[in-house]
Every structure is written in C-alpha cells, then in structure tokens.
Design a protein. Sequence first.
Length: 243
Amino acid sequence: MAAMSPQQSTVPAVAPAPDTTPDVLDRRTGPHGEVVLRRHGHLLQIIANGCFLMDTSDGRSERLLVDLAAAALTDRDPAARPRLLIGGLGVGFSLARAAAEPRWGRITVVEREAAIIDWHRPGAPLSALSREALADPRTEVLHTDLLAHLRTGGRTYDALCLDVDNGPDWTVTDDNGGLYTPDGIARCRERLAPGGVLAVWSAQPSADFEGALRNSGFQGVRTHEIPVARGVPDVVHLAVRAG
C-alpha cells in the first residue's frame, strides 16, 4: 500500500494538481465498512472507512515486498517453484510483480473486499494493472479474510507477503489487529514451510512487531526501509521460519 503514516497528510505521496477534485468511481459498504475507488487526476485511489489506503502513484514498496521475500528464500532447490501467498490485492502492484517472476509457483491472493476484486475484473478501472497477472494460470484469488484463511486454510506456503492495511501500529479496522498479535503471528508461522519467509508491509517501522516476531520463534528478523517523498519511510518487516 502506498499509505501515509499518521504524522502525514492523507494525500498520496505523488499528488495530482491541487486544483483537481477526486471523482468517485465506486462506493461500497460491506461487513468491514465502506470502501471507495476514486480517480484523482491521473491516479486511482482506494479509501477505506475514510482512511487513505493506497494509490497508483508509485508501487515501489509493494513490489519490494515480493522481491525481498524472494531474495530471503535461501537454500532452496533451484528447480523448486516456491508457493506464494499475497495478503491483500490492493491496486495489484504486488501481484503483478510476482506474476512477472517465473520462479514463483502457485500465487494465491487473499482479499476480503469483494469491491476490490471487482475493480480488477476485465474492463474495470484497475484491470490494466493486473490483467496479465490474473490471467496467469499460477494465480488464484480467494475472497476471504486473511486471518480466517490462515487459521483454517491448511495449506502451507514458502512465502507470505502481507499488505492488508497500514501496518502493525495503524490498522484500518480493529479486526485487522489480530494479524499482528502473538496468535496471528503464530498462524503465519504455521502456514509457512520450514525456511519460509514472512514479509509484512507497513507505513512505518514497528519495534514492537519486530519483538513479537522474535518472541514467536522467527529468525532473521529485520526491517527494510523504503524512502518516500516526505515523512517516515515505508517498511517491509522480514522474518524466516526456522528450517
């Protein structure tokens, strides 16, 4: 997500001309509140419960989320094709990056908002970003809550790339906070194969989350910072399940 930290304004990092007014393309109310897709100048933006989530201005940190997870998968058979779970479809940057990399095997995307999935369907506003990735036979999109999938899915993955809100210390909805609790972290660990990588996007660093990852038995815990136009950097928290 190209989101802002709480100290920043709720305009995107690369803002359209100040004299433009956002055009609402779709507005839905679901079990988790309101989600809005709007066009602001040349950008498409997703707003959830009045909170700016992401836009199409950059995408560096969303792509790095996938790249860093791939780089952290060490000691693997070169012929193996790692199984990837992407938590959150968003505007499609992470999915597109994963599908452009032949080394990934199955690519599973979990998205709880039906509206966001619809905005990526053929001919919909976000389809230009994700069309090829969604047509890739390795890709599947599951309409479900991420934490529910981790608790009941039974599948294992080689990498979990999670980008479902603004990070451990700034969740968009209260129920998202469960992902960053010791129980939620344990569920992530259970769904990873030995040596698997957990990568979590955040709008700001979280020392508490780093500590929780270590306390849950993850190894190689570290935080990769991605500079933004102003304010604190976006980050990707990385951790490896012991082999």
